[in-house]
Design a protein around this ligand. Sequence first.
Ligand SMILES: Cc1cc2nc3c(=O)[nH]c(=O)nc-3n(C[C@H](O)[C@H](O)[C@H](O)COP(=O)(O)OP(=O)(O)OC[C@H]3O[C@@H](n4cnc5c(N)ncnc54)[C@H](O)[C@@H]3O)c2cc1C
Length: 396
Amino acid sequence: MWSTQVAIIGAGPSGLLLSQLLQRSGIASIVLERQSRTHVEARIRAGLLEWTSVELLLEAGVGERMIREGLVHDGFEVAWADTHHRIDLKGLAGRSMLVYGQSEIERDLAEARAAEPGAVVWEACDVALSDWDAPRPRVTYTHRSVREEIRCDFIAGCDGFHGVSRASVPPDRLTAYERVYPFGWLGVLADVPPLSDELVYANHERGFALCSMRSRGRSRYYVQCPLEDTVEQWTDERFWSELRARLPRHYAARLVTGPSLEKSIAPLRSFVTEPMRFGQLFLVGDAAHIVPPTGAKGLNLAVADVRVLWRGLVEFYGSRSTQLLDEYSARALQRVWKATRFSWWFTTLMHRFSEDRFAHRLQLAELDYLAQSSAAACSLAENYVGLGFEPGRCQE
Ligand SMILES: Cc1cc2nc3c(=O)[nH]c(=O)nc-3n(C[C@H](O)[C@H](O)[C@H](O)COP(=O)(O)OP(=O)(O)OC[C@H]3O[C@@H](n4cnc5c(N)ncnc54)[C@H](O)[C@@H]3O)c2cc1C
């Protein structure tokens, strides 16, 4: 039997970051991850960091490569009806974003945690949580065919939407709010120069498209697709032709195409669980909430949860005060619901939901308003860079 202060389920960005911050604060933890380290580091997911996320990664001591290789973005383009408008994030909301792939963050964090032998147990199977309502919870798991047990003070459920942590809570102890969107995103990663220096979000009659990037030589592009589509139905040629068709002409003309390195389809969903704490068990990141990726909020919300929980644990082990831990759920959910609203709004504005021509004309009117009203653009900008704990510049 092992003993630690905090047992962390899941070595995604939230689990590894929490473990790293705790270690630097002198608090012991063990992370249990069901996948291998190679698998986790290879997953292609988010790529856009709010500045508060950048700051926390720096505070965790894993920001050196991120600052060296990440791309600072001061704005992005919104395109529709063969026109486009730049949202000046820096000018309107006073903050920039950083392009740095989630797989790179995972690599940096896994590297840092590897310095402490036993801090992360990769390929831990059949993880089970018990006594999380009691003062010393237990986590059991199988590693290399041996059943192991950890006794701890707290459990951090950082195991994503399909994890075991939220599933361990009896359904009558939580309330789930959900919206499933009637389409998915087909994503392609390719070693071609990005379409533009900044991201381009396109609303088109054929459906939404996003031109994003991971570096100056690696692009990440998406098109809205039917939920029932499979990757096999989308040859590279079909993907590039569809993406080109959804962009304003001058952008379409300069799109550079190439063989895809990765291609996947992700469904879009909004989901929030309340509360985010059950006794000694805290849900963190995607284990508690999911947003559609349109607003680039999923990873940033996970990092924000980690910040609140980490501070609560530091306060508890420093002074035995449970005040911040007691406030964890309410504080995290305040931010989560604002990001959920923004992600839903931006998704609704940019995607084709049906053949409803009235709804499409309303989208065009709103986009036009966005281009003409600095108040509307400001609202988009301050939500996009992340509603911090202090008021945004737009409110001054
Ligand atoms: C395909 C895809 C694309 C995405 N694209 C974007 C994007 O463009 N922009 C954006 O902002 N967000 C995006 N997201 C969301 C973003 O990646 C997540 O919000 C972020 O990964 C949340 O981090 P997390 O650590 O909370 O959860 P996760 O990253 O899901 O990590 C959870 C970890 O727990 C492990 N785990 C699960 N169950 C168990 C178990 N029973 N036992 C042990 N370990 C377990 C998993 O293997 C995983 O490593 C995307 C997500 C997906 C799935």
